[in-house]
Design a protein around this ligand. Structure first.
Ligand SMILES: NC(=O)C1=CN([C@@H]2O[C@H](COP(=O)(O)OP(=O)(O)OC[C@H]3O[C@@H](n4cnc5c(N)ncnc54)[C@H](O)[C@@H]3O)[C@@H](O)[C@H]2O)C=CC1
Ligand SMILES: O=C(O)CCC(=O)C(=O)O
Length: 420
């Protein structure tokens, strides 16, 4: 989903994640063989899914499931439905999931899936057939102890419910632990819907403390108004910050006095679209360059590049999205003294509560909102501090520090298993 094409900078997200993994492994003293193992997923399945459309025609969709490394435990990660999904992107996303699991110390490796489609132009029943078709196509390699999917861009709890139901039919027993992000009535966890945003909120609070920024009155800009972005805007607003800019795929809204977040939340559709309701919009590019204290890209990849990194005015950039900042932009922001909290740390609250959901499904006993929130709080604060201290101690940027923290567990597990 590389949205922008530029002449100079390489926007291949797999290549950039490989570059940082190699640096991290070298700094940690691992031999080249470990990089050879971790630079690509162990397994990558491409599937073709024929779906009967509502008009009677058959359309064949292409889907992917990548399983990066299962030395620590089953692989885990979301499934995105988006017209620009690519195999390379899904591979990179699966590697990022492994790193997240390492950073927040979950007993998982990384997985990720995607289908090339535009759910915004499909009917409810077409989406159901596609979700079920995808599960049938990948059913041999997934399962509650093998690889556990979850929501990502343009997928939600309804889609998780169809996928869980289809898997339960194939396996002929009820399998709530096959997938996370389910509706509560089907074994979903309290707090999963807002978990990614809650995790980002905790990380913002910790980062703001380091920079001496008060959240009350801080000016916040959020790109993307879906699951991650909209709840984040709400939590920032509730914390007393002024949300002065938000956006979706079609444009952005800006009000230096603060937007009415509750109203926008109420009016957004299930794909995180809200700006179409307004005439007075700005572009996503303009949004990123707004004068603010905290900038949160919460949409798609490659949004902050070498072309706009010098124009970013925020003191703190927190990546709720996967891969929104290129490596060159990471370098520029670091040199400019901007505190960049990377995706693999900042957005790991989602998979953390997904892990809680899986644990609750396995034990058949469900936790309260408070229990989920407290456990998430403890994990996120510890993860932030580990990465921040590693970056400070080695005088490196937070992305490299996060990769060093995140890669260690799977490198060690792979070594103990005798794989490298
Ligand atoms: N949902 C989750 O639990 C997690 C999501 N993430 C990441 O957060 C990001 C957003 O995911 P969700 O909020 O779940 O997706 P979503 O589907 O709920 O919302 C996506 C938002 O991004 C906007 N968008 C799409 N294309 C865009 C573009 N080219 N420019 C600007 N905005 C665009 C959409 O209009 C929508 O507002 C993704 O990078 C995802 O991988 C990361 C961790 C967990
Ligand atoms: O909740 C999960 O298991 C995965 C979330 C995800 O796909 C992500 O963090 O990018």
């Amino acid at each position: 989903m590389n949205q922008k094409s530029e002449e100079h900078e390489n926007l291949d997200v797999l290549l950039s994640t490989q570059t940082v993994i190699q640096k991290a492994l070298t700094k940690l003293g691992y031999p080249e063989a470990v990089f050879e193992l971790l630079k690509e997923p162990l397994r990558m399945l491409t599937v073709r899914i024929p779906i009967r459309m509502d008009d009677g025609s058959v359309k064949v969709f292409t889907g992917f499931r990548a399983q990066h490394n299962d030395s620590v435990g089953p692989t885990k990660g979301g499934v995105r439905f988006h017209p620009q999904v690519t195999e390379t992107e899904v591979k990179a996303l699966s590697i990022w999931m492994s790193l997240k699991a390492g950073i927040v110390d979950l007993p998982y490796g990384g997985g990720k899936g995607g289908i090339i489609c535009d759910p915004r132009n499909m009917s409810f029943r077409e989406l159901e057939r596609l979700s079920r078709g995808y599960v049938r196509a990948i059913s041999q390699i997934v399962g509650p102890t093998k690889d556990i999917p979850a929501p990502d861009v343009f997928t939600n709890s309804q889609i998780m419910a169809w996928m869980m139901d289809e898997y339960s039919r194939i396996r002929e027993f009820d399998s709530p632990g096959f997938i996370t992000g389910k509706p509560l009535v089907l074994g979903g966890s309290r707090g999963r819907e807002t978990a990614t945003a809650k995790g980002v909120t905790i990380v913002i609070r910790e980062a703001a403390k380091k920079r001496g920024i008060e959240l009350t009155g801080a000016r916040v800009v959020v790109q993307g108004f879906g699951n991650a972005g909209s709840f984040l805007a709400k939590f920032m607003h509730d914390a007393g910050a002024k949300v002065i800019g938000i956006s979706d795929a079609y444009g952005a809204l800006h009000d230096p006095e603060g937007l009415d977040v509750d109203y926008l939340l109420d009016r957004r559709d299930s794909f995180g679209t809200v700006t179409k309701l307004f005439k007075d919009t700005i572009s996503n590019d303009e949004l990123l360059e707004l004068d603010c204290d905290i900038l949160v890209p919460a949409a798609v990849e490659n949004q902050i590049t070498e072309n706009n990194a010098h124009q970013i005015k925020a003191d703190i950039v927190v990546e709720a999205a996967n891969g929104p900042t290129t490596l060159e932009a990471t370098r520029i922001l670091y040199e400019r003294g901007v505190l960049l909290v990377p995706d693999v740390l900042a957005s790991s609250g989602g998979v953390t509560v997904s892990y809680f959901e899986w644990v609750q499904n396995n034990q058949g006993y469900y936790w309260s909102d408070e229990e989920v929130e407290q456990k998430l709080e403890n994990i996120m604060v510890r993860a932030f501090e580990n990465v921040y201290q590693a970056a400070q101690a080695r005088r490196i940027d937070m992305r490299l520090a996060a990769y060093m923290v995140g890669v260690r567990k799977m490198a060690e597990a792979s070594r103990f298993r005798g794989w490298v």
